[in-house]
Design a protein around this ligand. Structure first.
Ligand SMILES: Nc1ncnc2c1ncn2[C@@H]1O[C@H](COP(=O)(O)OP(=O)(O)OP(=O)(O)O)[C@@H](O)[C@H]1O
Ligand SMILES: [Mg+2]
Length: 458
């Protein structure tokens, strides 16, 4: 048995026992009292009815008749005269009865009274009823009942009580065992599950326990395990893609450096090789910078300095900056922004978001197409759309393009040599501004990136 079951069980047992003992005590005394009361009033009623008979017809025959009746019953009668001298008794008068009959009587009511009710210590319980015949003959009818009988009756009652107590204790123990098992088994299972988790084993399966608090806890642990598993897988994926990403430019650098240092090649070729080496190194260093930024965002050590910015003015500035790059590929960049709206952003960081989106629009669109920026108000938010007429993103890739190092084109060619970090950085940055970024696209349909950010009202 484990500790918590023992603790709970003992507590429960103790409390229930206390309640039970109190209940039994109250019930027992109540029952005994009322039983004795019943006996006494039956005795009194019997005495009173003898008295009626006596008063109806007072003679020796009647007296004998009453004594005879009591001889057959389990009660006894003594009839005395007015001075408490015994006239007749149903059986031999013993000391206990004598003691009661010799008690001085005063003002006994006509309906009689109880003379002895101490069933525990005395030999008899007893009542007395006065009689009076035509005023000249009067006396008392004493009734007795041996306390042996009452005691026997009560000991029978005690036996019943003991039996009931034994049954309830057994039931109590069974209930406690059942309850504590029902309560502690899931707790123990969860404890084992978390131990497994801390050892790095994330394949935790907890049974469904319904809607109560234990069920909720168990579900939270399962979710935690899944999240941890996902995180671990993500980290492994990330590390393996990173090493791939690093290997490609490094292979180029190594290969071209190897060729470039040969003596017998033309200067023009050497220059071309060195250019490639330079380009690839630059790509590497950019990638390192991006990764470093992402790592900082993960650790929340990334500070953003927010300012109030007029969004149209701000976006026009960025478009202006990007214009030459668009021109170079013969793509038309348009901006459509008329409203006077303000947002609270870090202008430097937020610029990175648009640079990444524009960079993609240029990279993944053909010449003579159009890229447009549209800004409008949507409820309390500002909605910025960046729409291109490029090759689009296949539906099955859309859920993943904001993931680190994810690219639709898996071949790591030099022409489309993106690293797959641009959009994940954009997403982190937008979310750092409490905004949202989404994409609408399809293969061959162009892509639209939507950014929602809260408008500053005052
Ligand atoms: N406007 C777009 N049109 C078509 N495909 C896109 C567009 N923007 C992104 N993608 C696809 O999503 C992938 C991820 O984009 P992301 O900007 O994160 O990486 P990248 O452009 O490949 O590399 P990086 O931006 O780090 O240089 C891209 O490889 C590309 O396949
Ligand atoms: Mg990109």
């Amino acid at each position: 048995m484990n500790k918590i079951t023992l603790k709970l069980g003992l507590w429960f047992f103790f409390v229930m026992m206390m309640i039970e003992v109190c209940l039994f005590f109250v019930l027992h005394t109540g029952l005994v009292e009322s039983r004795v009361e019943e006996e006494l009033s039956a005795l009194l009623a019997r005495g009173n009815s003898h008295r009626e008979v006596l008063e109806d017809l007072y003679n020796t025959e009647t007296l004998h008749h009453i004594a005879l009746m009591e001889l057959k019953a389990d009660t006894e009668v003594i009839i005395t005269d007015g001075k408490q001298n015994i006239i007749i008794s149903s059986s031999k008068v013993d000391n206990g009865e004598k003691k009661i009959v010799s008690k001085k009587l005063e003002n006994v009511p006509r309906d009689g009274k109880i003379l002895e009710r101490r069933w525990k210590n005395e030999k008899y319980i007893s009542t007395v009823s006065p009689y009076s015949v035509n005023g000249h003959q009067n006396g008392y009818v004493y009734m007795f009942k041996s306390t042996d009988q009452v005691q026997r009756l009560i000991s029978k009652l005690n036996q019943h009580f003991l039996l009931a107590a034994a049954v309830t204790i057994i039931l109590l123990i069974v209930t406690i065992l059942f309850l504590s098992r029902a309560l502690t088994t899931p707790l123990i299972q969860m404890k084992r599950a978390t131990e497994k988790l801390s050892k790095g084993n994330f394949s935790v399966q907890l049974p469904d326990r319904g809607e109560d608090e234990l069920g909720e806890l168990s579900r939270s642990i399962t979710i935690l395990a899944q999240d941890l598993k996902h995180l671990k897988e993500q980290r492994n994926d990330f590390l393996s893609s990173i090493s791939h990403e690093l290997r490609t430019p490094l292979t180029y650098i190594k290969g071209y450096a190897d060729v470039a240092r040969r003596r017998n090649i033309a200067d023009k070729d050497r220059e071309r090789y060195l250019d490639i080496i330079y380009e690839e190194s630059e790509k590497l260093s950019n990638m390192m910078k991006d990764l470093f930024d992402l790592a900082k965002m993960d650790q929340n050590t990334f500070v953003i300095h927010q300012e109030k910015v007029q969004i149209c003015f701000y976006l026009r500035g960025i478009c202006e900056k990007m214009m030459p790059a668009f021109k170079e590929k013969d793509i038309n960049l348009e901006i459509n922004c008329n409203e006077n709206m303000y947002v609270l952003i870090d202008p430097m960081r937020f610029e990175q978001v648009f640079l990444n989106l524009f960079d993609n629009a240029i990279k993944y669109s053909d010449p003579h197409t159009k890229t447009s920026v549209l800004v409008k108000r949507e409820k309390e938010n500002v909605l910025i759309e960046v729409k291109d007429e490029g090759r689009g993103i296949p539906g099955e890739d859309i859920p993943f393009i904001f993931e680190r190092l994810y690219r639709v084109d898996k071949s790591r060619s030099r022409d489309f040599g993106g690293t797959g970090l641009g959009l994940s950085i954009a997403k982190e940055l937008v979310e750092a501004h409490q905004g949202r970024i989404e994409v609408k696209s399809g293969l061959g349909k162009g892509s639209t990136f939507l950014i929602l950010i809260e408008e500053m009202t005052e």
